[in-house]
Design a binder for this molecule. Structure first.
Ligand code: FAD
Ligand code: 2HG
Ligand code: ZN
Length: 530
């Protein structure tokens, strides 16, 4: 690992000794406890009596749909089913929410999805679509007894055109599998995120996930070229366009991207995928102030232009958590108030390194960064990324709950939200080291290059006093700075009541009109989104 400290600007072996062999994997165990039912934690949520209650005849019909082409169903109405078989379908990734579904169905084909929705619509049975269940806003699991329609068995890659880079695949393909397939063709998926081993491309499309390299490869709103979706009445919309340009009529696929399952189920996608970069460099800097982080970002854009592929911010609290809950060693010996992970991706190693070195020399000379390292091989590169990607897992291990906020803000004030939150929780005597205080830590990190902050409040256990202190205060803070209350995770259950902080009444009312057109019986994703 190459060290960047001014007085030691030489190649030293300190980092090279780190963990080349040790496991750097984050443990997959998350919160050990079973969460309370959402219906009990939030008594203001009431089951909507418009929806029918599932009975054995419904299950028999759903089973008959799966008969010819396969698929699977977990049926809680059957006495012989172990109730714990439904736990994974009922519990969200953050272990904050827990639903009460009695049936989880996993179809194999679009035709089956169509028949299932048509039946549920006619019977007014509520449905929640589920991908990899890695969403962070309580969207992918039922609130009450909604049927879970999980896309996990629709996982085929259909075609890839090496000339255009257009990939056609099922919604249930795991993101990492799509990327591994593309790696063999010297291409890459245009989205990458920490949950890539579990999240599905359809779930990513449904949440318009942003991820770690949006700054370079753009949003899924641009890279998804086509979509096949099933409407609640069973209609199959085939918009599997493989063209870069198609300027005919309203771009209906955009309504499904980021719709979180509110309008229908995404069953297939076409995505335009870039070539895999020939050269990747990752640097990790220690920075003394947020002001210097801003300077480093501005200079990185100027020096690196088209090869800058990620610029990620981490505060010291986030890195202390990674120290405490993972096996990756600190890249830098001393602690710093802030850290930045910077990545370049390009086609010419020498050329890219020259540009990066020129930037680093300049940042050191002007004392914008205090210390840093550059990965010298693939395993060091992975270690540096794990210091960033592993924060979410480590937060989950800090206590037994986390309040998560995912906001877009003007860069100048982005970190002020973390400082103000700490101050507020301290003033309210909710944050402190002793176990009398519910809050353990307030952490800020995120996709600095996209103006996207992840504010996380780790708690000893979920506590209504903390929730009251944070909501709607955080949303008011964000709105007063003209930010968005959800940059990339979506609304789900968590932010449904607060959309008004980011969208006008006229826009919300138009969304409701559209919902009514697509889903007049309101069977899709009840109690959530808008
Ligand atoms: P799920 O969680 O199963 O579902 C999410 C929502 O989409 C639900 O409302 C569900 O009903 C709906 N849905 C799912 N599949 C479909 C479908 N086929 N059709 C219609 N609706 C559907 N998000 C980011 O944006 N950027 C990140 O960097 C990022 N990093 C993460 C890191 C970790 C460790 C974790 C746990 C999560 C992260 N997330 C991130 C959040 C999450 O992974 C993404 O939102 C992801 O896109 C969700 O995909 P999924 O398949 O798990 O969807
Ligand atoms: C990330 O950027 C994800 O790592 C998760 O969006 C953020 O845990 C979070 O708040
Ligand atoms: Zn993120």
């Amino acid at each position: 690992m190459l060290f960047l400290r001014k007085e030691v600007f030489t190649q030293v072996g300190r980092f090279a000794a780190v963990n080349a062999n040790a496991s750097t994997k984050f443990c997959s165990l998350r919160f050990a406890h079973k969460p309370s039912f959402t219906a009990d934690s939030y008594p203001s949520l009431q089951r909507d009596s418009r929806y029918a209650t599932l009975n054995q005849a419904d299950v028999d019909f759903l089973k008959s749909i799966l008969k010819t082409e396969g698929g699977s169903i977990v049926n809680g109405l059957d006495q012989s089913t172990d109730p714990s078989d439904l736990d994974a379908f009922n519990t969200d990734w953050t272990h904050k929410y827990r639903g009460k579904t009695e049936v989880a169905i996993k179809p194999k084909t679009t035709q089956q999805v169509s028949q299932i929705l048509k039946y549920c619509n006619s019977r007014k049975l509520a449905v929640v679509p589920q991908g990899g269940n890695t969403g962070l806003v309580g969207g992918s699991i039922p609130v009450f007894d909604e049927i879970v329609l999980n896309l996990g068995l629709m996982n085929k890659i259909h075609s890839f055109d090496e000339l255009s880079g257009v990939l056609s695949l099922d919604a249930g393909v795991i993101l990492e599998n799509a990327d591994s397939f593309l790696a063999e063709k010297d291409h890459m998926f245009p989205l990458d995120l920490g949950a890539k081993g579990s999240c599905q491309v359809g779930g990513c499309a449904a949440t318009a996930a942003g991820g770690l390299r949006l700054l370079r490869y753009g949003s899924l709103r641009g890279t998804i070229l086509g979509i096949e979706a099933v409407l609640p009445d069973g209609t199959i919309l085939d918009n599997m366009v493989t063209l870069r340009k198609d300027n005919t009529g309203l771009d209906l696929k955009q309504l499904f991207i980021g719709s979180e399952g509110y309008l229908g189920i995404i069953t297939r996608l076409t995505v335009i995928c870039p070539r895999r970069p020939r050269s990747t460099n990752v640097a990790f800097f220690g920075v003394s102030s947020y002001e210097n982080v801003l300077k480093a970002f501005s200079e990185s854009k100027a020096y690196l232009t088209e090869i800058l592929s990620a610029f990620e911010l981490m505060d010291n609290t986030s890195q202390r958590l990674v120290d405490a809950h993972s096996s990756t060693q600190r890249p830098l010996e001393d602690e710093h108030p802030f850290y930045v992970l910077l990545e370049t991706q390009g086609s010419n190693k020498e050329h890219d390194e020259q540009k990066l070195n020129a930037l680093i020399e300049h940042l050191i000379e002007d004392e914008v960064i205090t210390d840093g390292v550059i990965a010298q091989d693939e395993s060091q590169l992975r270690v540096l990324w794990e210091r960033r990607e592993g924060i979410t897992e480590c937060l989950a291990k800090a206590g037994s709950g986390v309040y998560k906020y995912d906001v877009s803000l003007p860069l100048k004030v982005l970190y002020d939200l973390v400082n103000d939150t700490k101050q507020r929780l301290t003033d309210l005597k909710l944050l402190g080291e002793s176990s009398d205080h519910p809050v353990i830590d307030v952490v800020g990190f995120g996709h600095m290059g996209d103006g996207n902050l992840h504010l996380n409040i780790a708690v000893r256990k979920y506590d209504k006093r903390v929730e009251k202190a944070l909501q709607p205060w955080v949303f008011e803070w964000v709105a007063s700075h003209r930010g968005s209350i959800s940059a990339e995770h979506g609304l789900g259950l968590l932010k449904k009541p607060y959309i008004g902080y980011s969208k006008s009444p006229e826009m919300i009312s138009l969304m409701k009109i559209l919902k009514n057109v697509f889903d007049p019986n309101g069977i899709m994703l009840p109690y959530k989104y808008v």
